[in-house]
Design a protein around this ligand. Structure first.
Ligand code: ADP
Ligand code: MG
Length: 710
């Protein structure tokens, strides 16, 4: 299906939920008035103009409307049914609705997957009932919908929302009920609750198509269908910014991991990676969400990283410079023309530069005209992409002879493509904030740091949609799928779930160079094999019970001759026996000792929702200590793999740190792509590590591998 059609279809599916012309409320209560939480009353009071049909087995009348005793009695096929009855009655109602062809159902009732085992099973049954039908469900455990553009919401809790061009998708009703705090306001709200059916992807597709929504907020606890989400979100973020507050950052999964990759790619990293990859902006907390919403609603563009600072305090100027640098923005270098104007207006002893301290100039002349002229000049400067303005609010704007409001609003309107961000301080801050933000094109921030952070996010978002490239389909030669399948099958037949040295065979099957390794069952064999390989050699313990070999004295490198090998072998056996009593020792692995190469880790972990997550970073025995790693979700092409390498400190080592010869990064890039493909092709591989992969100027070689398989 084409993307356009998919979006259109999902929009049509969700429309009856958000713009219903008729609604049946099942479980409508006859209690009305304060404290009764009467949905019908709330909806009417909020201004819903469509037809409402209350349903309650008791019948009667509510607020002048006839109450039907069952949904089957309602005289028309309504656009939407809202169910608010105890959980034990819900299933029968869903069946009735499916039966009479109702297509949109909101189940408000709690006590399903959000509660106990019985609730979980009931929810599974609901899914079963609607499978293959045209009926779609929001919830259970939801406040439902809000559409403030059309004065409609389905919340039984009173809402006092602030109307903004914001769409919210959440898994908790608080983000609708308290949207004025959680997202500074609301236009369209979708509480997917337990998300038994309609999930983030569908809701995103709806908000994509509703042109009244300019910024999207998500509150996410968990996700289903990660791959679909990535596809949809990648499209949506090209059209409008999507902010996400991800809660419940549990790392429980990571602790049980068998490999380096498993322990490094915790659930939270996977989410961060997914968001980054599809252009979703992850917000740290509600406060940040609030300022980012204002930022995106107020500033349509920011074309570069260069920021001008105009301040009435030198100290505040320095703070602003720090804030810019902390957030990856630049202090704009003002053009000569701008500097000349500023110098002409300042006392002789002052040499103007960015940050521009206008206090002395303002004092020596007339503050307001100087301020206006300076700000205008800076905003007009082609070297400037945005401006932070630092001003006091020591008096009420009504009485303040230095009321900067009119000047700032005039300049903001004159330069719509350059954000004018304000940090204003003093006890009249709130009054100024209201005044300055009235036209919707200025944001007043509580600190220069907050301003810089928001501008940086704005810039990066704009830059990302300009430069983002789709992943290319990459054909790989030298891949032997049968060989890999054979290795996995042999392990399965033997009931092995952790592969050690066999992992190197998997790698070779996918064209990743692996070191020559020979098994030796005892010391004599080891001596014989080493003789053939040629000294210096490395020996490594072979035991199904031991995966992290160095930890137990199971790796001995740089063995130069037979005598050293004899000693090393005996020492290793003694150490390992002490460290892992009872381990079955199958002998050692003998490898040539490689003297050069940067040690990197290339690995992967299969996430249940997003699929293979690929890891690259500094490798070796200190990987977990330094945590110099980066992640991407498959599919990965060569361009992406190259970008991953650049994100790590390992990149500096690889490209010739302190005069060293640059390594073969091109082959390394290829190995990352190949490892990704291996995981994508072989579903049985749950986790895999190459650690280390030695990267040298002459090429790459895997010297240690480990995989967890099903
Ligand atoms: P483990 O990770 O199970 O402890 P490795 O096989 O990765 O075992 O060995 C530990 C370290 O020993 C590696 O990180 C690397 O520094 C070094 N090493 C292992 N094999 C070789 C080799 N063939 N040549 C050079 N150094 C090696
Ligand atoms: Mg290792």
């Amino acid at each position: 299906m084409s993307e356009k059609r998919m979006f259109k279809e999902k929009f049509e599916e969700l429309k009856p939920f958000l713009e219903p012309k008729s609604i049946a409320i099942i479980g409508a209560s006859s209690r009305t008035g304060p404290g009764s939480f009467n949905l019908l009353e709330e909806m009417k009071g909020f201004g819903y103009k469509g037809r409402i049909f209350p349903v309650n087995p008791r019948g009667g009348e509510i607020l002048g409307l006839k109450v039907y005793t069952s949904i089957r009695e309602v005289p028309e096929k309504v656009d939407l049914v809202i169910v608010s009855v105890p959980r034990n009655y819900v299933l029968d109602i869903v069946r009735d609705c499916v039966d009479i062809g109702i297509e949109s159902l909101i189940i408000i009732t709690q006590g399903f997957a959000d509660a106990d085992e019985i609730g979980f099973r009931l929810q599974e049954e609901i899914k079963e009932i609607i499978r293959g039908t045209k009926t779609r469900i929001i919830g259970p455990n939801t406040l439902g919908m809000a559409n403030l553009f059309d004065s409609y919401h389905t919340s039984f809790v009173k809402m006092f929302p602030v109307k903004k061009d914001i769409g919210v998708i959440c898994q908790s009703g608080i983000f609708l009920a308290a949207s004025s705090d959680t997202s500074t306001g609301l236009g369209i709200g979708i509480d997917i609750g337990n998300a038994s059916d309609i999930h983030f992807s569908e809701s995103l597709a709806y908000l994509y198509s509703d042109d009244r929504v300019r910024v999207i907020n998500m509150h996410m606890e968990g996700i289903r269908g990660g791959t679909e989400f990535l596809k949809v979100a990648s499209e949506v973020t090209k059209k409008k910014p999507v902010l996400c507050l991800k809660t419940g950052q549990s790392e429980i999964g990571a602790k049980a991991a068998a490999s380096h990759s498993g322990s490094l790619a915790g659930e939270d990293h996977v989410f961060s990676t997914a968001f980054k990859q599809c252009g979703v902006i992850r917000v740290r907390d509600l406060e940040e969400a609030g300022y980012l919403n204002k930022t995106f609603l107020s500033y349509p563009a920011m074309h570069g990283r260069n920021v001008g600072v105009i301040t009435i305090s030198g100290g505040a100027g320095i703070m602003s410079v720090d804030a810019l640098s902390d957030n990856g923005l630049e202090v704009a270098t003002l053009s000569d023309d701008t500097l000349k104007m500023l110098n002409d207006a300042s006392p002789d002893w002052m040499h103007m530069n960015n940050p521009v301290d206008i206090w002395p100039a303002g004092m020596s002349g007339n503050f307001m005209p100087v301020m206006e002229k300076a700000l205008d000049k800076i905003m007009a400067d082609s070297q400037v992409d945005a401006c932070i303005c630092v001003l006091p609010a020591y008096q009420s704007p009504v009485e303040d002879p230095l009321d900067v409001g009119p000047v700032l609003r005039k300049i903001a309107a004159k330069y719509p493509e350059k954000p004018l961000a304000i940090w204003i301080f003093g006890q009249f801050r709130a009054e100024y904030e209201q005044l300055l933000e009235a036209d919707g094109n200025i944001v007043v921030f509580p600190s220069p740091n907050r301003a810089a952070r928001c501008l940086a996010v704005l810039h990066d978002y704009m830059n990302n949609i300009r430069t983002r490239e789709d992943t290319e389909e990459t054909a790989l030669d030298n891949v032997d799928g049968d060989l890999a399948a054979g290795v996995l099958k042999r392990a399965k037949d033997k009931g092995i779930t952790t592969l050690n040295e066999e992992t190197l065979d998997l790698l070779k099957a996918y064209g990743i160079p692996a070191i020559e390794s020979v098994n030796a069952a005892n010391k004599e064999e080891a001596l014989e094999v080493a003789g053939k390989i040629g000294y210096p050699v490395v020996i490594k313990i072979r035991s199904p019970q031991i995966s992290h070999k160095s930890d137990v004295g199971g790796v001995h490198v740089n063995i130069k001759d037979e005598d050293e090998l004899r000693v090393a072998y005996d020492q290793m056996m003694a150490k390992v026996a002490e460290a892992v009593p009872g381990a079955v020792i199958e002998g050692v692995l003998v490898q040539p000792f490689r003297t050069e190469g940067v040690e990197v880790i290339v690995g992967g972990k299969r996430d249940p929702e997003f699929g293979p997550v690929i890891i690259f970073g500094s490798g070796g025995i200190y990987t977990e200590l330094f945590k110099d790693v980066t992640f991407r979700i498959e599919p990965i092409d060569h361009k992406t793999a190259g970008a991953m390498i650049k994100e790590t400190k390992a990149y500096r080592l690889l490209t010739g740190f302190r005069g060293a010869e640059p390594c073969d990064v091109e082959t390394l890039v290829d190995c990352i792509v190949r490892l990704g493909r291996l995981m994508t092709d072989c579903d049985d591989i749950q986790e895999i590590d190459i650690n280390p992969l030695l990267v040298s100027p002459g090429g790459v070689v895997a010297v240690d591998g480990r995989a967890a398989v099903l």
